[in-house]
Write a protein of this length. Structure first.
Length: 368
C-alpha cells in the first residue's frame, strides 16, 4: 500500500473543511422555506397576541409559558426577559417577588397581583417556632431595675420620672416626643395610645396616672392656639391656603401627602413635601400646629402589600423584604421586635414607628 506523500496529505487536510462547508450549505439550501415559514408563523402569533386585549387569568410566575405572558399584555422582549430571569435560577416565593423582575413595572404588577398563585413547591415555607412564648413581649420590669410607684401626670412628667416608673430611657424619650407631637396627654386613652406603652404597663400605671381636663390645660393659651393656628391634619385646601406661604399647589400637595401618610405627627413633616420650599416652610411653622392623636395606623402584621406600598416611608424593595420576613416568622409583637429584624435602618424605623400597630394572633393584644 502506497503511503501519501507530505504534499498529498497537506492537500487532503485542506480539502476536508471545504467538503464539510459544502455539505452544510447544501443541507440548508434544501430547507430554507420550512425554517423561514416557521419563524414567520411564530412572529405572527406573537404580534397578533400583542394586538389583542390582555387576557388576565390566574398564573404561577414560576411556570407560566412565553405565549401566556404575551396574552397577559407583555411584549415579546418582556416575556423573554421573564423566562430568562427564571432560567437563571430565580424562584418567585411570594407574589411580590415577581415585581423584582426588571421587565415587570409597578403598574403592571398592581394589575396582575390578584391573579398570581404561587405553587406549593415554590411558595415560601413559614418558620415554625418550637416555643411560641419566645415571641411574646414581656413588659415586666427586670429585677435589676428599681421601679417606683407614685402619682404622676403623663402630660408634664419628664424622661427621668418615666424611667423611675419602669420605662427604659429610650422608651421615656419616645413618650415625651409622642406627647409633644400630639399636643399632650389629657386622658388615659391618649397616654396609652403611645406605642411604647403596652397593655400590661398601662394597667400597672393606670391607678397612679392623673390627668387635667383638656379644657383646663389649654385655657390659658387657647386664644393663641385655637383662634389663630391652623391644625394641618383636619384643614381642607381652603383653610390651608389661608396660611401665608401655602398656595393652591402646595395645599393640594399637603393634602395628598397627608392621605398617603395617614396624617402628620409633626409639623416638621411638611418639609418632606417638594412643593413646600425651605423659605416658605419657615414662614408656615409659626401659623400651624399638629394634632396627631387621630393619625391612621398600619397593622403591620396583616396589612396587604398595596397598603404598605402607598406609604411614602416604604419603598417596594423594603415592602418585599418586610412581607417575606413576616411570612417566615408570622409577624411581630412589638416595635422592638420589628426593629430587631433590621428591615429598615434606625432613622427609617423612627420615622415609621408612629404609624405602626402590632396585633398578635397568639394573645389578641395590640401593641402601639
Amino acid at each position: 500500500m502506497k503511503l501519501l506523500t507530505p504534499r498529498e496529505l497537506k492537500a487532503v487536510l485542506w480539502l476536508l473543511p471545504l467538503l464539510a462547508v459544502g455539505c452544510v450549505m447544501a443541507w440548508r439550501a434544501s430547507y430554507p422555506a420550512a425554517s423561514d415559514e416557521r419563524i414567520a408563523t411564530l412572529e405572527a402569533v406573537v404580534d397578533s397576541l400583542a394586538e389583542q386585549a390582555p387576557e388576565l387569568t390566574e398564573f404561577d410566575p414560576n411556570t407560566v409559558e412565553f405565549f401566556d405572558l404575551c396574552r397577559m399584555g407583555f411584549s415579546r422582549n418582556q416575556a423573554l426577559s421573564i423566562i430568562k430571569y427564571r432560567e437563571r435560577g430565580k424562584v418567585f416565593e411570594i407574589p411580590e417577588d415577581f415585581a423584582s423582575c426588571y421587565a415587570v413595572d409597578e403598574s403592571t404588577f398592581n394589575v396582575l397581583r390578584p391573579y398570581i398563585r404561587i405553587g406549593s413547591e415554590y411558595a415560601l415555607k413559614p418558620f415554625e417556632h418550637k416555643n411560641q412564648s419566645k415571641n411574646k413581649r414581656d413588659d415586666t420590669p427586670k429585677r435589676s431595675q428599681v421601679v417606683e410607684y407614685f402619682e404622676f401626670m403623663p402630660d408634664t412628667t419628664g424622661i427621668a420620672t418615666f424611667v423611675r416608673l419602669g420605662f427604659s430611657p429610650r422608651q421615656a424619650e419616645v413618650i415625651v416626643n409622642f406627647r409633644n407631637a400630639c399636643g399632650g396627654f389629657h386622658s388615659a386613652e391618649e397616654f396609652e395610645r403611645c406605642y411604647v406603652v403596652s397593655d400590661s404597663v398601662a394597667e400597672r400605671l393606670r391607678p397612679w396616672a392623673k390627668y387635667l381636663a383638656k379644657a383646663d390645660s389649654t385655657q390659658r393659651d387657647s386664644t393663641h392656639t385655637s383662634a389663630f393656628l391652623i391644625e394641618i391634619n383636619s384643614a381642607d385646601s381652603a383653610l390651608l391656603c389661608s396660611v401665608r406661604g401655602i398656595g393652591a399647589v402646595s395645599a393640594t400637595a399637603i393634602i395628598d401627602y397627608r392621605q398617603r401618610l395617614g396624617g402628620f405627627y409633626s409639623v416638621e413633616q411638611l418639609a418632606e413635601i417638594p412643593q413646600v420650599t425651605e423659605q416658605n416652610f419657615e414662614r408656615i411653622l409659626s401659623q400651624i400646629w399638629c394634632d396627631s392623636c387621630e393619625i391612621q395606623k398600619i397593622d403591620i402584621n396583616f396589612a396587604p402589600a398595596s397598603e404598605l406600598l402607598r406609604h411614602p416611608y416604604l419603598n417596594s424593595k423594603q415592602v418585599r423584604k418586610l412581607l417575606k420576613e413576616r411570612q417566615l416568622k408570622g409577624g411581630w409583637c412589638s416595635q422592638a421586635d420589628f426593629n430587631n429584624d433590621k428591615i429598615l435602618d434606625p432613622k427609617q424605623q423612627a420615622k415609621l414607628a408612629p404609624y405602626l400597630i402590632f396585633r398578635c394572633e397568639t394573645n389578641n393584644q395590640t401593641e402601639f
